[in-house]
Design a protein around this ligand. Structure first.
Ligand SMILES: Nc1nc2c(ncn2[C@@H]2O[C@H](COP(=O)(O)OP(=O)(O)O)[C@@H](O)[C@H]2O)c(=O)[nH]1
Ligand SMILES: [Mg+2]
Ligand SMILES: [Zn+2]
Length: 320
């Protein structure tokens, strides 16, 4: 019983005031995890009791705060995992109900899109933001490749996100424009940088910390794990208490565990209208007296954002 307590990971979120072990898991390699400690990186195995404590989730994930025992120079064992405050996760392949944690304890999700090359899909951005909202994660938008938008016209597609209340930073990894704004957004937090392939996530991480030299255009270089990289996450220490992770795109994240009946609350700009609809259980699809539909008509809610809501609210299975 004593031992089980030590290894246990509990489901109840810990209050933010609980002491957090300083050691953080930054990378996983099968049976091994690299744990960043105040004295450097320690490669750890995991005590059996930690693995047995929970079978419906990864016992240890990148971003977990852990207690370790040292067993030799640069080597140790993970003895306990602190309760996770939040997770960015998906359903483990080939299972119905096992959580695969992409990143434990993220403070925010930064959705990275490019003004062009590749052409941005705002409806895809909406999906990232919904995943963040549903998990209680703060979200922000990074609009990269602004060097490809000399007139400033292309980036206006992201105006609705500012209007919805999301921080929006505009960057160019190529010229260095806006990198300080991005650095300020990230400061003191654990951020998941997520977005479609090719938008410049690796380039941005390099621009933030040129010593890293992640190979641009090659996801595997960021994780050193070859082909299995869509799910592997590496946490990169940028600065004191500032970490970033290059996390997979939306298809890999998926909508697992999201309650679509609460979808309207995942659109921050809908919230002021939600208690003004005529019907208390309004779905905001066709009902008369719907305050959300009225706001769309009046131009107070962006039509594209509403369209994302409509498609996901009506949709089932494949559409989602
Ligand atoms: N013009 C321009 N190209 C960029 C910028 N950032 C990245 N790229 C290019 O976009 C391509 C994809 O970048 P990468 O960082 O690998 O994207 P990732 O897949 O999101 O990690 C590479 O050819 C980069 O050189 C930028 O700010 N401006
Ligand atoms: Mg990359
Ligand atoms: Zn309504």
């Amino acid at each position: 019983m004593e031992q089980l307590e030590a290894g246990a990971i509990v489901d109840t979120p810990a209050p933010d005031t609980s002491p957090r072990p300083p050691n953080i898991v930054i990378r996983g390699y099968g049976q091994y995890y690299d744990v960043l400690t105040p004295e450097g990186v320690v490669r750890c195995t995991v005590r059996g009791v930690v693995k047995r404590a929970r079978r419906k989730t990864d016992p240890v994930a990148v971003g977990d705060r852990v207690e370790i025992t040292r067993t030799g120079p640069g080597e140790g064992v993970i003895e306990a995992v602190a309760p996770r405050l939040r997770t960015l996760s998906r359903r483990a392949r080939g299972t119905e109900d096992v959580e695969q944690v992409i990143l434990a304890n993220p403070d925010q999700l930064v959705a990275v899109f490019a003004v062009a090359e590749p052409e941005p899909h705002p409806r895809m951005l909406d999906r990232f933001l919904i995943i963040a909202e549903a998990r209680g994660l703060a979200a922000a938008v990074c609009v990269n490749k602004i060097d490809l938008d000399p007139s400033g016209e292309l980036r206006r597609r992201f105006d609705p996100y500012r209007a919805a209340g999301y921080p929006v930073v505009e960057t160019s990894a190529a010229t260095g424009a806006g990198i300080d704004d991005l650095r300020a957004l990230l400061r003191g937090k654990i951020s998941a940088l997520s977005g479609p392939s090719g938008v410049g996530k690796s380039s941005l991480i390099n621009a933030l910390n040129p010593e890293l030299d992640l190979r641009v255009g090659d996801i595997s270089a960021a994780t050193g794990k070859g082909r299995h990289t869509t799910t592997a996450t590496t946490l990169i220490l940028l600065d004191d208490d500032t970490y970033i992770a290059d996390t997979p795109g939306i298809r890999q994240l998926g909508f697992w565990g999201i309650d679509f009946s609460r979808l309207d609350t995942y659109f921050p700009e809908f919230r002021p209208y939600l208690d003004q609809c005529y019907y208390a259980d309004c779905t905001h699809l066709t009902e008369p007296g719907c305050a959300v539909l009225a706001a769309v008509e009046a131009g107070a809610i962006d039509r594209g954002r509403y369209e994302s809501y409509r498609v996901l609210r009506q949709g089932t299975g494949e559409d989602r």
